[in-house]
Design a protein around this ligand. Structure first.
Ligand code: NAP
Length: 285
């Protein structure tokens, strides 16, 4: 029987924020106020909460939060025009269009309108591609946060079998690329995958990104596995059945307090880096 270690995302998040303080002060000294523009379309309650949380986190550490809330019926054209204006606004360093947008809007076109230097959440095709190729880009914040957790706890990735459950463009796919770039052997599972339990049984590291509460059961996992639960479902429940992992896994992220806080901290970090790089013209494309 092994005791599972809790991978504490709150602590990692506060360390990242502490590290950012000096950088933000330096930017201020040079008359640069790092600024993240968030765009929310429509009135989805969860999206409103996410955007509010991100704005608050920015303001708490001295990043300006420019909140833009647009009506549900805005057109793709009007949205891309607005993003174009933000691209050209030198006082805005990061742009975050909250996913999902209403279905009549072409989300891919709107994402891809974001200038890569301001794409702090890795949503553009170009940013995603560059992340996959291990080139300079801001990876999507949740995948970046997951890698940060593994790194902080000195969890060896190289040579390990990582199984990612989920293949969304903002989470499953980019985290798979990041793991591959760190020399893991990666299996990506999705809704068509057969015998997920048998695949997970062989994995040293499991990334849960399914969007289904308590989907992954402890009995599917190998003894001593490391579990990163990126899931966030109603009632503060992850994608992993946390209790059933007792005595099986070596370490696991709690929900809440695991991946969530590190994701937000990575957004702040990317925004500060974007402000630094834009002021010094350092983005390497
Ligand atoms: P998503 O776009 O809905 O993608 C879910 C993925 O899970 C899809 O690739 C889907 O496969 C796969 N899937 C669905 N049912 C499955 C099944 N029965 N077996 C295997 N795979 C299955 O979700 P997402 O945006 O990636 O988010 C995933 C989770 O992470 C959600 O709980 C979300 O709330 C959470 N999240 C957390 C944060 C954070 O900051 N902590 C940030 C973003 C998301 P197909 O591709 O075949 O449909």
């Amino acid at each position: 029987m092994i005791d599972k270690i809790l991978l504490n995302g709150k602590d990692i998040s506060s360390d990242i924020k502490k590290d950012l303080q000096g950088k933000i002060s330096n930017l201020y000294k040079n008359n640069i106020i790092p600024c993240l523009a968030t765009i929310l379309v429509g009135n989805d309650a969860s999206s409103e909460t996410y955007v509010r949380m991100k704005g608050k986190a920015c303001e708490k550490i001295g990043i300006k939060s420019k909140k833009i809330h647009l009506p549900e019926n805005i057109t793709t054209r009007d949205l891309t025009d607005l993003i174009g204006k933000l691209n050209n606004d030198s006082n805005v360093h990061g742009i975050l269009l909250q996913h999902p947008v209403p279905s009549h809007i072409d989300e891919r076109i709107t994402f891809d309108t974001i200038n890569i230097e301001k794409d702090v959440d890795g949503v553009t095709s170009w940013g995603y591609g560059r992340t996959a190729l291990n080139l300079d880009a801001y990876p999507s914040c949740t995948p970046a946060g997951i890698m940060k957790i593994l790194d902080t706890y000195n969890i060896k990735v190289e040579g390990k079998h990582a199984a990612v459950v989920g293949r969304s463009p903002i989470l499953g796919k980019p985290v798979s690329n990041l793991l591959l770039n760190k020399n893991a052997t990666v299996t990506i599972c999705h809704s068509y995958t057969e015998n997920i339990d048998k695949i997970l049984k062989q994995a040293d590291i499991i990334i849960a990104a399914v969007g289904k509460p308590k989907f992954i059961k402890g009995e599917w996992l190998k003894t001593g596995a490391i579990v990163i639960d990126a899931g966030y479902n109603k009632g503060n429940v992850g994608d992993v059945d946390f209790e059933s992992c007792d005595g099986i896994v070596k370490a696991i992220t709690p929900v809440p307090g695991g991946v969530g806080p590190v994701t937000i901290a990575m957004l702040l970090k990317h925004t500060v880096e974007a402000a630094e790089k834009q002021s010094l013209n350092l983005f390497n494309r």
